[in-house]
Each structure stands twice: as C-alpha cells, then as structure tokens.
Design a protein around this ligand. Sequence first.
Ligand code: ADP
Length: 335
Amino acid sequence: MVPLNQWIKIKAPATVANMVCGFDILGFAVNNPYDEMEMRLVNRAAGQASITIINIDDYNLPTDPEKNVAGAALLAMIEEYTANSIIEKSFADDATQTGLVDFSTIGFEVKINKLIKPGSGVGSSAASSAGAVVGANYLLGNPFTKDDLVRFAMNGEKVASGVKHADNIAPCIHGGVTLVRSIFPLEVIALPSPTLFVTIVHPQIEVRTADARSILKQNVQLKDAIKQWGNIAGLVAGLMKGDYDLIGRSLEDVIIEPVRSILIPGFDDLKKACKAAGALGGGISGSGPSIFFLSKEKETAIAVEKEMKKLYEGLELAHHTYVTTINQTGVEIEA
Ligand code: ADP
C-alpha cells in the first residue's frame, strides 16, 4: 500500500473502439493522446465524501463523484473493497499485506488533466474511469485483478453513455488490442498485433453517443451478419498472424458504418482518399466523430494525415489530427 498523502502520477491512453467491424467487442489503445491524472489516499473528516475530484483542465466536467466517470468507477471499487468477502479474498493468502484501508475515515483525492477531449470518440470517458481504478488499485497494494478493474470502470461508462460497455475500457487497462467476448460474465481477451501506425482525425463537431446509438437498426440481415462475422474472424486472425493484407481486407463494416457515417461530414470521400494514400483500412472511431486509419508504415500514416487535413480544410471544418502507434501497456503509473 502507498502511504497516505503520497501522490502517484497516472497516464491513461485514448482508445479506438469497434475497430470497424467489431462493434462493441473490439478496441485498441493508442500512444497519443492520453490523459494525465494524480491520485493519493488522504484522511477525511466525518461527513466528507470518500472521493474528491479536482479538475485541472478547462472542460468543466462534474466534480460530484457520482457524475464524474472517474468517481463512479471508484465508488464501485470502494463498495467491493469494503465488502468483507472481497477483503478476505484479496488479502487472506498474503500475510505480508497489512494496513487495510477503512473508507469511513480515508478517501481518494483525484486530480484530472484531460488531454483527450470529452465526446471526441476516442475514449475520453474510458481514460478517466480506467485511470482512476488502476491508480486506486496501485495505492491499495493491488488487491484487484485487471478483470475486476474493467468491471469497476464500466460503471464510469454507464454514467457517460447510459450503458455499461468495455470496448474502450478493456484496451485502456490491458493495452494493445482487446476482444470483449462477453460482458456478463466479463471475458476480455488480449490480442497480439503486428506494428501498426494509427492516423486519427477529430473533426470539431459534436456527435452524441446516444444519437449515434439510437439511429442504428435493431435487426440485421443474415447475409450482412455472415459478411460481418467473416470480417471479425479475419481481423482477429490477421492480427494474430501479422498478416497485413488480411487485416486490411477485414477492416470493413457492412452493418454500423453505412448508418452512422451520415453523421460525419465528408466520411465517404475521406475513406476513399485514405485508402488511395495506402492505408490498410479504417473507419469511425467508437461512435465518432473521430475517424481512424491503420497503416503498415509511418510514411503512409503521415500521407493519410495529409489527406485528412486536405479534406477538412476543403470543408472548412476545424479538426485535430494524430499520427501514433498502438499502445501496448495500457494505463501507466509513475510512483
Ligand atoms: P468519449 O467517447 O470521448 O468518451 P462519451 O460521449 O462516451 O465520449 O463520454 C463523454 C461524456 O461523459 C460527456 O458527457 C462528459 O460530460 C461525461 N463525463 C463525465 N466525467 C467525465 C470524465 N472524467 N472524462 C470524460 N467525460 C466525462
């Protein structure tokens, strides 16, 4: 356990959910952008909340622990930590583990500096939820597994979007590419991947996650389902074999993208231009508005970025771009 009042620093990566064909099940972490956080355990006076959130950016996010995704994730963790069965499970086998934290007198202080813009579609909410629970677990002496941490952090996603989902949380905590085979019960599989360069563009428009979900059709034609599961299986096989051509061929979505892409100006032209520049493939990141493309070489990723800039400059739409790589470590702690 880290002594009271001692700050730790946390780096929580942005994530790209869905990975084109794997709606709600696939995702990967990237090295840029990322959120910075600091956390510590402190004594708290009676009546004071167990979590204090200090926002040190300009996004004006809620400081009420139940409304900030970091707080919601931590509340779920504290509840399970405090339940006797979990404390016994975590520490019973380890006689060296002392100093169980009594959350009636001790609390977490969390400073959040968001470098991932909320609502951008690259897992801003997941970074705060995942960063908070990985940091808290470290402060408490690591009593919880990664699967436990994903479960707690999903409570943050519920606050952000109304549903518990793990397609951003899982890669944020594990790093790399992850497959969420099941949510209840939770089963996350970390997938290997060859070196891939990622180009992301964030057009400065708002796409509400709730809207991006509500426009989806509730029924899928069997012929589309067959194409889609062929692509998901092909993508997973391509990642595991390091087969770039197979990865590229499998990055197609016949179910979600045709409906959702109407919310993103210039999407079809952008896709054509990025592919022509040599990208393996790509599409909407999460529920948008960010768009990502994967490339085998850095030079191609930079050429893809040029196409993105050209298109959005032509549309006179403000935008940010990133050229980065897949982050293999997930949330990092600097003690
Ligand atoms: P993203 O895909 O970028 O995470 P979402 O729309 O899923 O975007 O989540 C952003 C929503 O979550 C916003 O409504 C924001 O106000 C809310 N929120 C609450 N706390 C946080 C936080 N710490 N970080 C990011 N978003 C937060």
